[in-house]
Design a binder for this molecule. Sequence first.
Ligand SMILES: C[S@@+](CC[C@H](N)C(=O)[O-])C[C@H]1O[C@@H](n2cnc3c(N)ncnc32)[C@H](O)[C@@H]1O
Length: 394
Amino acid sequence: MTAQITEFIKHFKSAIEGSSFVKLHLGAYRGSEELRRILVRPVIVRDTPLFAVCYQYQRKDIHKNIDEPQIVQLLQEKLGKDFFQATLYSTEADLSLELQNGKARLKSSAASFSDLPSSAHDRQKNRCVPEDAPFLKVLDISDARGRIRPQRYDKYRQIDKFGEILLSVMPNSAPKSGQALRVVDYGSGKNYLTFATHFLLNQRMGVSVEVVGVERRSDLAEAGQQVAQELGCAGLRFECGSILERQDLGADVVIALHACDTATDDALLAAVRARAALIVVAPCCHKYVRQNISLVEPHSELFKHGILEERLCTLLTDGLRALALEACGYQAKVFEFISSDHTDKNVMLTAQRGNSQKQRDQARMKMDEILKLWGLPDFYLDRVLTQYGAWPDA
Ligand SMILES: C[S@@+](CC[C@H](N)C(=O)[O-])C[C@H]1O[C@@H](n2cnc3c(N)ncnc32)[C@H](O)[C@@H]1O
């Protein structure tokens, strides 16, 4: 009996993984409560795929939203103890499990449903990158039918949110007519956002683009190049190299998402040197300020706890980056990228050229004051901007 229950749970998990899960019913209740059956269906709550569970009692229904491990636990605990019948509906097949007199029977039959329930499709609404975008399939974020794999949903949400932000800032940054928009994605990693950028600008907006992903890991750069060729993405290529080495690319738009520590500053340096019209970065870890800060009273007392000092350094790093960009002639904005429920690396910094001389001077002054106030001998971005003669008035 246990083997069939395990098999049933295995089918449930693969229906989730293969994005074919429609619903699940548990019946033939023989427990001590007034419960009759349990119904489970997929649901999206605050952008997170979950399962809506309805406990149907004789005189009331109780609803709960739970995640996959909790559903699996529920099946393990209830099947064969309280519930003796279960049916799994997927778009592949119906699978019923009957447990009777210590025996178990698993029976598969033709699928009653060929489409997923509308709740599973709700997530399609207002999406900027459609679930069936070809690059999502090739990068294994969606399945062959163009539905996001549940375990890749966080990554999809990040890609889509990034796309939404990119498109919202893009119109002011279009290059002169007849020229391709040059976009460099520094620290392109597994290349999801580079492909998203190319897809949105080229395929969705019809802009002529030259998108380059720069990545120090040759395996990742090569993998990106191979997929770009496979998909026939004109104007998209990947190069292996470090951000500091590849400052020569020239760019109208510079992107750097979660490039490690000061790699974000190297990308900002490249943007300032290229006089990029638009910068979109999401900082990653912030080690430089932490290693160089020397707090004095009363700040040292306030931030004597490691976690608080770490957060202070994170805030100082990103605040100083924004000020440095303002001092370089950009209008900078810092805001939440994706909900902190999903990652703590959730800050986005965008900057568009267009600050007046007065604003630049004020930002520079504030930056110097803050460095002094917080006991920082220098700031990495300031240092490299100076080293490369990239301060506008240098
Ligand atoms: C956390 S991943 C982020 C990848 C991608 N931007 C994203 O958000 O999905 C950071 C990537 O930046 C690359 N990287 C870090 N420092 C770099 C540098 N100085 N030059 C080039 N690549 C760098 C790493 O190898 C890694 O693949």
